[in-house]
Design a protein around this ligand. Structure first.
Ligand code: ARG
Length: 476
């Protein structure tokens, strides 16, 4: 059949002949057909599968299996199939089992029997493993870009917030003053680790299984190194059995997505808490909040809540794939078809969550007055104990003395900084009877000048390190 006479996919018979030779005994049961079909899920692999097939044509030509004319015809046919698929809104009307079957059927319709030569020495087992990795590498790159933007939004807000101190919390109790920028950056560093994990998964994914056949490799002398170079893979798989069944990179990507989801969820939880009337520290921009259908006054932090909620799916998808993998015997098993839905969903979910959270963080406004009024003097109790330490008092002793002072202040209904020299001296003689030490949040923040601490010099060094990490991890 001439290529111009190829039927449009919509004109194809409703039940396509199965790629593996058609009905064994009277065709698949309808329920089995539904279970067997993966086209609605693996549809997004088609550009990668076409790309893999074009490379395979080159490999077969190099191995002497295809003549130059046949190879040219197949490549033209694959271009034509790509155009056909590009024009379709989706796979809904296609009768085929999976993305590989539809491409092979359309190719054969386009170029005639020579289309049947494409599958020489190849199996859907190495084919799907290859297309999935080609897709995976692109997906990871896109995620890395979104990650970088998310981290940059936290960093930029940290820069904006320079000079603003807030309570640092432990057990969700006010603990010690910290720069608000330190809190924001504390939510950025976990994402840097996630970005490192993504870069590692990208390297792991960058290994080409093509040429492994169904399980035992390819009997024709295909140059796999050249194929890998053609497809942009950094390396080729070393064992054909492992190559067709290895989904470790997918599991690791699911873990990286789940871990990132957990980190975004924790940030979301902070935002939800800090935007309550009880805290009153922050407010999300209008693009990231919704109102109530009933209560006119409501401004709900839905962006943060939805991202927090979606994290469940990210963790669930990781579980789903690990459970698919755990019982598999050697070689390719059909269970592996279940890898894609989990990974596609996690990548989509994470991409959306990262975009929403980056925008939400950019939209965040802080109420400096409310934040500063939460910095009560008790947050400086440790500084008071450290003051005694500087006078030679063992810390455990100074801790007891200041604990007694805190209780004394509470008993007198006074703030810690309202106690006089007599109260201090009574708690510990090392306070002396001169003027009490100044209790000041800014001084407390500035006193922690170690790397990783809160002083301005340490904060500047932290920002520099973050910039360096971003520069080294951003996709080029
Ligand atoms: N749709 C299948 C998958 O995703 C393709 C491989 C089918 N292989 C087979 N031997 N039936 O795994």
């Amino acid at each position: 059949m001439r290529s111009s006479e190829a039927p449009k996919p919509s004109e194809a018979p409703k039940t396509a002949r199965a790629i593996w030779g058609g009905p064994l005994e009277g065709g698949l049961a309808p329920a089995m057909e539904a279970l067997n079909r993966s086209l609605d899920v693996d549809w997004r692999l088609w550009p990668h599968d076409v790309r893999g097939s074009r490379a395979w044509v080159g490999g077969l030509k190099g191995a002497g299996v295809l003549s130059a004319a046949e190879a040219r015809r197949l490549c033209e046919g694959l271009d034509q199939v790509a155009n056909q698929l590009q024009a379709l809104p989706g796979p809904e009307d296609l009768p085929d089992e999976d993305v590989h079957s539809v491409i092979e059927r359309l190719l054969t319709e386009a170029v005639g029997p020579v289309g049947g030569k494409l599958h020489t020495g190849r199996s859907r087992n190495d084919q799907v493993a290859t297309a999935f990795r080609l897709w995976g590498k692109e997906a990871i790159r896109d995620l890395r870009g979104l990650h970088v933007r998310m981290i940059e939004s936290l960093r930029d807000r940290a820069r904006d917030a320079a000079g603003l101190a807030m309570p640092g919390y432990t057990h969700l109790q006010r603990a010690q003053p910290v720069p608000a920028a330190h809190w924001l950056l504390a939510r950025a560093w976990p994402l840097v680790r996630d970005l490192e994990a993504l870069a590692a998964v990208e390297r792991e994914c960058d290994v080409m299984p093509l040429g492994s056949g169904a399980v035992a490799g390819c009997p024709f002398p295909v140059d796999r190194e050249a194929l890998a170079a053609d497809l942009g893979f950094a390396a080729i798989s070393e064992n054909s059995i492992d190559a067709v069944s290895d989904r470790d990179w997918a599991a690791r990507l699911l873990f990286a997505a789940a871990m990132t989801g957990v980190h975004l969820s924790q940030l979301a939880e902070d935002i939800v808490l800090f935007s309550t009337a009880e805290f009153g520290f922050a407010r999300l921009g209008g693009g990231f909040t919704t109102g109530s259908s009933l209560m006119p006054q409501k401004r709900n932090p839905d962006a943060a809540e939805l991202v927090r909620g979606r994290t469940g799916r990210l963790v669930g998808n990781l579980n789903a794939l690990l459970l698919v993998l755990k019982g598999l015997p050697t070689g390719y098993n059909r269970d592996l078809q279940e890898d894609k839905e989990a990974l596609f969903d996690s990548v989509d979910t994470l991409a959306l969550s990262l975009r929403v959270m980056a925008g939400a963080v950019e939209s965040l406004s802080f109420s400096a007055g409310t934040i500063e009024s939460a910095l009560d003097a008790e947050l400086l109790a440790t500084d008071l104990a450290d003051h005694l330490v500087r006078k030679g008092v063992p810390f455990r002793e100074s801790h007891h003395a200041v604990a007694a002072l805190v209780q004394a202040a509470q008993a007198k209904d006074k703030r810690l900084d309202e106690l006089g020299p007599a109260d201090l001296c009574q708690a510990h003689p090392a306070f002396g009877d001169g003027a009490p030490p100044v209790l000041d949040a800014a001084a407390s923040v500035e006193s922690r000048a170690v790397r990783g601490g809160t002083a301005q010099t340490a904060m500047a060094a932290q920002l520099d390190s973050l910039d360096a990490a971003l520069a080294s991890l951003a996709p080029s």
